[in-house]
Design a protein around this ligand. Structure first.
Ligand SMILES: *Cc1c(COP(=O)(O)O)cnc(C)c1O
Length: 388
């Protein structure tokens, strides 16, 4: 067997090197647990950046993928397919009202690209308004809507026409949305930006402003979707009716997939105006169908709401002078520290708990929604050890 050290050396030698890596080689997962190559077990509060909502190696997803991989993996979008048809129906049925069409793709950034293109196409306008500390992806269009300087600056000039305003400040939004604005794009809870929940009044206000000024309202639910925040979609908390809604991450139980859902204020989209080779492939569609059915039948959104509230309360009770604030929605939780977070995350991993950073000072928890209350209690214990 190849050792952990050898595997790490192989990756370090031949990988592009763009990722900051922890020295852990993960080889297996089940539910909310993952194992490294030496058989050490970890409670996973990363879920691969909020992907494994239904748990690792979810039996329903395993079965759907196994069956579909033997039947048909690819079917061009110029043809119809049974899995794709069923997924489109399912997806639009669970979405906020009015989102009756969808474009299927393979990642979050692709969903955002599609939404931005559709917004320009539909309105004939060019300007896009996004929020400071927002994150929407790494391709040029999505990156142009992403706030962080380290992500943007090396690649400038980016796509022109993007403006940033502070999040949760409606009066600032009122100053920039005008007759040139194609769309406003926002997260319901800012994820990468530090787990910052949006204010309901604000989000509804932005939506009304968009309607009033002829701009489209794009909601990026790539991270918050599919039960993460305690509702199937975080939009439901505030009864939001976005014109375009971006999805990905947890959508297909771990397989790469994204989608942008499309509402009635978006006109008919011209033929050939956008496309994707792998988008809507039958394998990903079968996985997404099984994932959505599992989330709904196991009532994972409610589970995330209940466990998340309990988890949040217990974390807030940790008496640590290092903690500035604990905040979140459902099982999307952040602890803002008064210190840089990297060394604490490493210490947590040594104690068998994997969590993520969100910016430099926030410890982020995105566990599978199938995690047990007991497992979350262990997480709280380990966090308390590391922070006190
Ligand atoms: C992760 C994320 C994206 C980008 O998704 P990728 O699949 O990594 O391209 C976009 N928006 C939000 C809110 C995200 O959390």
């Amino acid at each position: 067997m190849i050792s952990a050290e050898e595997l790490i050396t192989l990756e370090n030698t031949h990988d592009s090197g763009v990722s900051i890596k922890q020295p852990l080689v993960l080889v297996r997962g089940e539910g909310a647990r993952v194992w490294d190559v030496d058989g050490r077990e970890y409670i996973d509060c990363m879920s691969g950046h909020g992907v494994a909502n239904v748990g690792h190696a979810n039996p329903a997803v395993v079965q759907a993928v196994t069956e579909q991989v033997q039947r048909l993996v690819i079917c061009p979008n110029g043809f119809y397919n049974d899995q794709r048809a069923r997924l489109l129906a399912q997806l639009t049925a669970i979405a906020p009202p009015g989102l009756t069409r969808a474009f299927l793709c393979n990642s979050g950034t692709e969903a955002v690209e599609a939404a931005l293109k559709f917004a320009r196409l539909s309105t004939g306008r060019t300007k896009i308004v996004a929020a400071m500390r927002g994150f929407h992806g790494r391709t040029f269009g999505a990156l142009s809507a992403t706030w962080r300087k380290e992500y943007r600056q090396p690649f400038e000039p980016l796509v022109p026409g993007f403006e940033f305003v502070p999040y949760n400040r409606l009066e600032r939004m009122e100053q920039v949305v005008d007759e040139d604005t194609a769309a406003v794009i926002l997260e319901v809870v800012q994820g990468e930006g530090g787990v910052v929940p949006g204010d309901g009044e604000y989000l509804r206000g932005v939506q009304a402003l968009c309607q009033e000024r002829g701009a489209l309202f794009i909601v990026d639910e790539v991270q918050t979707g599919f039960g993460r925040t305690g509702r199937m979609f975080a939009c439901e908390y505030y009864d939001l009716r976005p014109d375009l809604m971006c999805l990905a991450k947890a959508m297909a139980g771990g397989l790469p997939m994204g989608a942008v859902l499309i509402g009635s204020r978006v006109g008919e989209l011209p033929k050939k105006s956008h496309g994707s080779t792998f988008g809507g492939n039958p394998l990903a569609c079968a996985a997404a169908l099984a994932t959505i059915q599992y989330i709904a039948s196991e009532n994972l959104p409610q589970r995330a709401a209940e466990l998340g509230e309990r988890f949040l309360t217990h974390l807030q009770a940790i008496p640590s002078p290092l903690i500035r604030e604990v905040r979140g929605l459902g099982l999307m939780v952040g602890i803002e520290l008064k210190d840089k977070v990297a060394s604490y995350l490493a210490a947590l991993a040594e104690r068998g708990v994997l969590a993520l950073p969100a910016g430099a000072t926030v410890m982020r928890f995105l566990p599978p929604l199938v995690i047990s209350a007991e497992e979350l209690d262990i997480v709280v214990e380990r966090v308390a050890e590391v922070l006190t």
